[in-house]
Design a binder for this molecule. Structure first.
Ligand SMILES: [Zn+2]
Length: 302
């Protein structure tokens, strides 16, 4: 990636900080936080007084942002919760058929008497969209996965989101509607919190966390292998990689949504319209199979 990419990502980070949303770096071209797990903490630098998390380190300070984004084209991670924001993440169905998250959200708005106000909106490379809202004072909402609807997640406390301008092999997050951020409607607050204890079933429903360095290295290793694979063995390499990452999902050290999107990004270069559905099917089947046979993790900090 060029210097122009780095400059554009620096501007994206400054723009989010200017909106009052703290930012932190993600590895270039990925959604993976630049950080280490607690039990591998070097107790130096930012951690000299004790281990700190990306959430602790996220910043609004323009000077720190200029320094950080001065060397590499880091993607821009943001924490909506502490900034009083929530992001509604509407995804495409993995199978390529059926209503997508945006359709499901509009249907839900009708069922619940809406409204679904115009708000600041970002599009994703996979054809999804992120709707940004302000959380009413006094509400502290958790991020959710497949909770509001099958293809609708939320990013708030305990989860991070990506800023418009983030770049991936398959495309970029782009500002789609520069409307001002609307207040999160009451019916969506209700949908976000209701049945929170019963609706959560299995690791895939846990909110996205920053993967620790071990899981992040596994994601990089597996997706690199997939990217490098020439025609011929692709199916086998993809299913092996997805199974391995599924085992980490099953062991609760890797977020399912992140594993899926990284694998989809890795095969994006191979994809034709026909192969996309097939490749995504291989990812789903193998991720699920791996998750049913979780990897045993030793020495994992709580
Ligand atoms: Zn540390």
């Amino acid at each position: 990636m060029s210097d122009a990419h780095r400059e554009a990502l620096l501007r994206a980070a400054l723009e989010m900080a200017g909106r009052g949303i703290p930012v932190f770096p993600l590895w270039p071209g990925t959604k993976i936080a630049v950080w280490h797990r607690p039990d591998r903490c070097p107790r130096t630098g930012a951690c000299v007084e004790g281990h700190v998390t990306p959430e602790d380190l996220a910043t609004l300070d323009p000077d720190r942002i200029r320094w950080r984004w001065g060397d590499r084209p880091w993607n821009v991670g943001v924490f909506p919760g502490p900034a009083g924001r929530i992001v509604v993440d509407c995804d495409q169905p993995k199978t390529g058929t059926g209503p997508d998250g945006w359709d499901q959200l509009q249907t839900l708005a009708v069922e619940r008497g809406g409204p679904l106000p115009d708000t600041w909106t970002v599009t994703t490379p996979s054809g999804g969209r992120h709707l940004w809202f302000r959380v009413p004072p006094g509400c502290r909402l958790r991020g959710t996965v497949k909770h509001i609807a099958p293809h609708v997640d939320t990013r708030c406390w305990g989860t991070y989101a990506l800023a418009p301008g983030c770049v991936f092999e398959g495309g970029a997050y782009e500002l789609f509607d520069d409307a001002s951020e609307a207040e999160f409607p009451g019916w969506l607050i209700q949908a976000n919190v209701e049945h929170a204890s019963t609706a959560i079933s299995g690791s895939g429903d846990k909110p996205v966390k920053a993967p620790d360095a071990f899981a992040a290295a596994a994601v990089r290793g597996e997706t690199d292998r997939v990217r490098r694979e020439p025609k011929g063995q692709r199916n086998k390499v993809l299913s092996t990689a997805a199974y391995a990452l599924g085992q980490l999902v099953g062991a609760h050290v890797l977020d399912e949504h992140l594993a899926r999107t990284e694998l989809q990004a890795a095969v994006a270069a191979w994809n034709t319209p026909e192969s996309r559905v097939k490749d995504h099917g291989v990812i789903e089947t193998s991720l699920a199979a791996g998750a049913r046979n979780p990897r045993r993790i030793t020495g994992k900090a709580a």
